[in-house]
Design a protein around this ligand. Structure first.
Ligand code: R5P
Length: 288
């Protein structure tokens, strides 16, 4: 593997423990101002030091994230449809490699819609993106998108993940499901699990724990962090599972303790001040 590619990947998946905590804030690219993500800058600032990487669109990166950050950026480069449009699976690549380089992207993320009307278009786009990004040593994260008409069981997700890996994706993002081991074992590249719709905090911690136990390197979590009553407490609890080997009970106790120390403000944001200093949590030796 080229040094640059390896180095970028090491910023996303910690090579010392093979674990990853990605914070997803890219939802606006097809959902618009998603609930509790209306002001991305405000959401991102206090959470940035606790994630290994941040997944977002170029617009939000430029407008809402300080260029002084040392957190790796996973840049969403696909889009073209909206939640009120005709078909969510009709996506294309919307960002050039040149712009991704200007943004110092550590990885490029795009969705593949296996089994949808636009399956062919999105899978071919993935192959092309890998070919283009590989020239510059930039890894590609393939997002196996699911929809109403697409399955979310181990059979479907194994198929989608394997196809994405066969096209050359360096990391695959998918969903947790029953028999998740089957999905992880048949995918030759690292898998990270999306959080999905907001569920109670303890359940989201259980999802994190189960995903890692089932073979994922970590999670790419959005709504279950920033739609939580206490986003900072929640990301720290998730981090304690991903990087601190906490079990669910310990992580949930941590969530409750931190929540009581930093009660939420009326606007739903945690009162803990954003700290823009280099994050000690980025080293595996530190407690989450
Ligand atoms: C979906 O494709 C979005 O790109 C999100 O990044 C992804 O679903 C993870 O966010 P959440 O944990 O909210 O599902």
């Amino acid at each position: 593997m080229d040094w640059g590619l390896q180095n970028r990947l090491a910023g996303i998946i910690n090579p010392q423990n093979n674990r990853a905590l990605m914070l997803a804030v890219d939802h606006g690219y097809f959902l618009g101002p998603t609930e509790k993500l209306e002001d991305p800058a405000k959401v991102i600032a206090p959470l940035l030091k606790y994630c290994d990487s941040l997944m977002l669109s170029r617009g939000v990166q430029r407008a809402c994230v300080s260029a002084a950050t040392r957190t790796p950026m996973v840049l969403r480069v696909s889009g073209g449809s909206s939640i009120i449009g005709e078909d969510l699976s009709k996506e294309d690549i919307t960002v050039s490699i040149q712009d991704a380089l200007r943004l110092n992207a550590s990885a490029l993320a795009m969705s593949v819609f296996v089994g949808s009307k636009y399956e062919h278009q999105t899978i071919v786009n993935l192959g092309r993106l890998v070919s283009d990004a590989q020239q510059y040593g930039i890894p590609v994260l393939a997002v196996t998108a699911v929809g109403k008409e697409l399955g979310k069981d181990a059979r479907y997700l194994s198929l989608a993940c394997r196809i994405a890996a066969e096209q050359g994706a360096h990391i695959v993002k998918t969903y947790y499901c029953e028999n998740f081991e089957k999905v992880a074992n048949s995918c030759p590249v690292p898998i990270i699990v999306a959080g999905g719709k907001k569920i109670p905090e303890r359940d989201a911690l259980q999802l994190t724990y189960n995903s890692i136990k089932g073979g994922a390197v970590g999670v790419d979590m959005g709504r279950n962090i920033w739609q939580s009553e206490n986003p900072v407490a929640m990301i720290r609890a998730v981090r304690s599972i991903v990087h601190g080997n906490s079990d669910v009970n310990r992580a949930y106790e941590m969530y409750k303790k931190l929540s009581s120390e930093h009660p939420k403000r009326q606007d739903g944001q945690n009162t803990q001040r954003p700290n823009t200093s280099p994050a000690p949590e980025h080293t595996p030796q530190n407690t989450p």
